[in-house]
Design a binder for this molecule. Structure first.
Ligand code: ZN
Ligand code: FE
Ligand code: FE
Ligand code: ZN
Length: 264
């Protein structure tokens, strides 16, 4: 079984279950390693309903640190950090001072619109889908340019409710971003949460993962679990997707360094 590198905790205010239950789920599935990657605190009042406060960060570290350290799964400590214009200065000064195993970089908002937020889903009916995807990928490109993150989170998140431009447009919009990701040495996660969403498809799509593989962009695996029973969610499908895109290896992390392992 594969490491799960995208797991949340109750500290983000929209996940449930004891932290020990997440590890126990992973143990029962025989996952060799897990990494908690809860939503990063932002001190500027950004999206406060979906994240811990800066004052709660030590508690997050302590919660993860008190988990058993013997036997499998090994437990890593990470963050899912939002990229947004106003948030870069804080991350630049704060992130390098933290001891972390990996940092996922994610874009969830275009200006004030949460593109993946079910509450704001009706906005999709009023926008040009291709224009939204263009804007999203432009932001992702700027995110990669900051070199603050190790992993690109849910690469094609705007498809969550099924809104997607035709393949040739997706290809055109994504190619420059994937070139940047490759040049930056960043990793793309295969995030199985998409299978739980209306789109019913892993992030990224087979098309985009193929494009990533063509550029030799490394991959890792994540469930984006917000409940203990979502740990390792449908990793058999994730593994199949990776192999069919042409991947024969993936990466683990330790202290923000990549280590390759072969996919069996
Ligand atoms: Zn979340
Ligand atoms: Fe996310
Ligand atoms: Fe997440
Ligand atoms: Zn997420």
């Amino acid at each position: 079984m594969l490491p799960d590198y995208h797991i949340h905790t109750v500290l983000c205010r929209h996940a449930e279950g004891e932290i020990g239950a997440y590890r126990e789920s992973a143990r029962q599935l025989h996952l060799p390693e897990i990494c908690f990657t809860d939503h990063v605190p932002n001190p500027d009042g950004y999206d406060p309903g979906n994240r811990m406060t800066l004052n709660e960060f030590p508690r997050y570290r302590a919660l993860v640190a008190q988990l058993p350290t013997d036997g499998e799964p090994a437990v890593l400590f990470g963050l899912e950090a939002d990229y947004y214009e106003g948030g870069v200065a804080f991350l630049q000064q704060w992130l390098p001072r933290q001891t972390l195993d990996l940092v996922i970089g994610s874009v969830h908002y275009l200006e004030n619109w949460g593109v993946d937020d079910p509450v704001e889903r009706q906005v999709w009916d009023q926008v040009d889908v291709t224009a939204v995807w263009r804007e999203y990928f432009l932001r992702l490109g700027r995110m990669v340019d900051t070199h603050l993150f190790d992993v690109v989170g849910h690469l094609d998140l705007p498809k969550k409710f099924g809104h997607r431009p035709p393949d040739p447009d997706v290809r055109k919009l994504a190619a420059p971003v994937l070139d940047k990701i490759a040049a930056a040495g960043m990793v793309v996660e295969i995030n199985s949460a998409g299978l739980r969403k209306p789109v019913r498809e892993i992030y990224p799509s087979p098309l985009l993962l193929q494009m990533a593989c063509d550029r030799e962009i490394p991959i890792c695996f994540g469930s984006d679990a917000h409940r203990p029973d979502e740990v390792g969610f449908r990793f058999d499908d994730s593994l199949r997707l990776a192999k069919s895109a042409g991947y024969s290896r993936a990466v683990r992390f330790s202290k923000r360094r990549k280590l390759y392992y072969d996919l069996s």
